[in-house]
Design a protein around this ligand. Structure first.
Ligand SMILES: [Zn+2]
Length: 221
């Protein structure tokens, strides 16, 4: 089913001839898709995204993929800023404190392949807002099912290697940077961001299990 076109005035041209090389996933942190849609199309708020997926699986498109939507804000990935110029933004109707619904995840799985194909974006280019804005953003949050996207070849497969029990934080940082976590943040903020993606319910100090997802995956996509 094609998305429902619901245009937002909140967009501009991509800068410096940049093209989408990332897809950034968000949650709306609002009570309903309709409320989020109104906000994402309100010129006074100056935020938007290319797509919004409702909890019932309805997909709205607000900004043409060729244009620069305003969803990412400050942050960077793989050492590069202006993520808005480099990405497609997808908002998921979710308050942030509960699981994402099956129809919504199905709709996301149906929407992503076309985007990745149109812009030649590899699965490794699908990231969360929290990945590119560590310490500032937590969405799509601990309830988002990244493993499901990985199994569908729609996100980078986590590694299954073994970290050394006493591996130091600078090794962890180097591995994380290698994946794309390039923002200049302290060790704890970096650990929190990486855990949000791979081990959202983990607590305590850096452990060997935090290293495993960052190692080379069995299947690289
Ligand atoms: Zn966000």
């Amino acid at each position: 089913m094609s998305p429902i076109w619901h245009p937002s005035p909140n967009f501009g041209p991509r800068r410096d001839g940049l093209r989408p090389e990332l897809v950034v996933l968000h949650y709306t942190a609002m009570d309903s898709a309709e409320a989020a849609l109104a906000r994402l199309c309100d010129p006074s708020v100056e935020v938007s995204a290319h797509y919004l997926i409702g909890a019932d699986g309805t997909v709205w498109q607000m900004v043409d993929e060729t244009a620069r939507a305003w969803h990412a804000g400050a942050g960077e990935w793989r050492g590069q800023g202006d993520v808005n110029s480099r990405s497609i933004g997808i908002e998921l109707d979710n308050r942030g404190d509960h699981p994402f619904s099956e129809p919504q995840m199905s709709a996301l799985e149906n929407l992503l392949p076309g985007i990745l194909a149109r812009w030649h974006i590899p699965a490794t280019g699908v990231i969360g807002h929290s990945d590119m804005a560590p310490g500032r953003k937590r969405d799509p949050g601990p309830h988002f099912d990244w493993l499901r996207l990985e199994r569908a070849q729609l996100a980078r497969h986590r590694g299954a290697g073994h970290g050394s029990q006493d591996a130091p934080p600078d090794v962890f940082r180097a591995l994380a940077q290698n994946l794309g976590y390039s923002a200049d943040v302290d060790d704890q903020t970096l650990l929190s961001a990486v855990r949000l993606r791979f081990r959202p319910w983990a607590t305590g100090p850096l452990s060997a299990r935090d290293f495993a997802p960052l190692t080379h995956p069995a299947l690289w996509t």
